[in-house]
Design a protein around this ligand. Structure first.
Ligand code: NAD
Length: 292
């Protein structure tokens, strides 16, 4: 058996096109475009690439992109002042501060300063709390993208055994919350888990967010399971995920490739969250179905 390849690139393109069709009537009704402000401090090349792609995707969806590039020696105070300005700027529906920030900046203080109702990255503790209790807020884009990919394969996730590998605040923990909300039976494994393989072997759904190249072995996968590989690891042979793709593909029912799986969904979900924020701020229904 060879697993179905989950085409995240195509799925993300559909989601972005879908949002664009909703943005047009939003503009007609409100006289403005939804706006996303992206803040980049310093010149980390990977971050610069992400910020450029986010700006491009924002404009392609018909939304406005406000890009703020600050020098590496920007003080915490100056960054906090910018965030406060963006919080009260009526044209700005979403604020994203690109991480990692330079070491001298207090990242937690900056994330806390973002208005939770403009926190389209979903990193503010208020949004983490809303997710935990099932209230409307913003869900971090990467796990939201993973959920959308899983729902395409399993419109009904209820009752499935899901194993999440990794417990970071931006991927593992919110992923586990989302799967729990879908009534999966969720196990979160991490660096101190004994015998991860044994947990993964009973999983119908595996989400790997570890950051170790090819960590998940093919013989850990239950035949027919759906495997979502969040990992992005740069190796001598190029980008690889957290799953031994070739071995897992021979056993799984469906699997995401790296690249071209989860990655493109992250930006598409950022565009989605920004549009949703704009609708909430204007008191308009977003008109999105459960598939977006
Ligand atoms: P992180 O380093 O914050 O967290 C990694 C998690 O893996 C930790 O919770 C840790 O407990 C767990 N872990 C570490 N070693 C382990 C081990 N030996 N056994 C079991 N668990 C172990 O990383 P993150 O931010 O959650 O990212 C994870 C991966 O996903 C990285 O490769 C990252 O580049 C990638 N990522 C991709 C996207 C995307 O858009 N596709 C977005 C975010 C992160």
């Amino acid at each position: 058996m060879t697993a179905t390849l989950i085409d995240g690139k195509a799925r993300a393109a559909r989601l972005r096109a879908d949002i664009a069709t909703h943005v047009a009537p939003f503009k007609a009704a409100t006289g403005r475009a939804p706006g996303l402000a992206v803040v980049l401090v310093g010149e980390d090349p990977a971050s610069a690439v992400y910020v450029r792609s986010k700006g491009k995707a924002t404009r392609e969806a018909g939304m406005e992109s406000f890009e703020h590039r600050l020098p590496v020696d920007t003080t915490s105070e100056a960054l906090l002042a910018l965030v406060r300005d963006l919080n009260v700027d009526p044209r700005v529906d979403g604020i994203l501060v690109q991480l990692p920030l330079p070491a001298h900046i207090d990242t937690q203080a900056v994330l806390l300063a973002i208005d939770p109702d403009k926190d389209v990255d979903g990193f503010h503790p208020v949004n983490a709390g809303r997710l935990a209790i099932g209230a409307a807020g913003f869900v971090p884009c990467t796990p939201l993208g993973c959920l959308l990919l899983l729902q395409d394969i399993h419109p009904q996730l209820a009752g499935m055994e899901a194993v999440v590998i990794g417990r970071s605040n931006i991927v593992g923990k919110p992923m586990a919350q989302l799967l729990l909300q879908q009534s999966c039976t969720v196990t979160v494994t991490h660096s101190r888990t004994r015998d991860i393989a044994a947990h993964v072997r009973r999983a119908d759904i595996v989400v790997a967010a570890v950051g170790i190249a090819q960590f998940v072995q093919g013989d850990w996968i239950k035949p027919g399971a759906s495997v979502i590989d969040v990992g992005i690891n740069r190796t001598e042979t190029g980008l690889v995920g957290d799953v031994d793709f070739a071995a897992a593909q021979a056993v799984a029912g469906a699997i995401t490739p790296v690249p071209g799986g989860v990655g493109p969904m992250t930006i598409a979900c950022l565009i989605r969250n920004t549009y949703v924020s704009a609708c909430r701020r204007e008191g308009r229904p977003d008109g999105l179905g459960t598939a977006s």
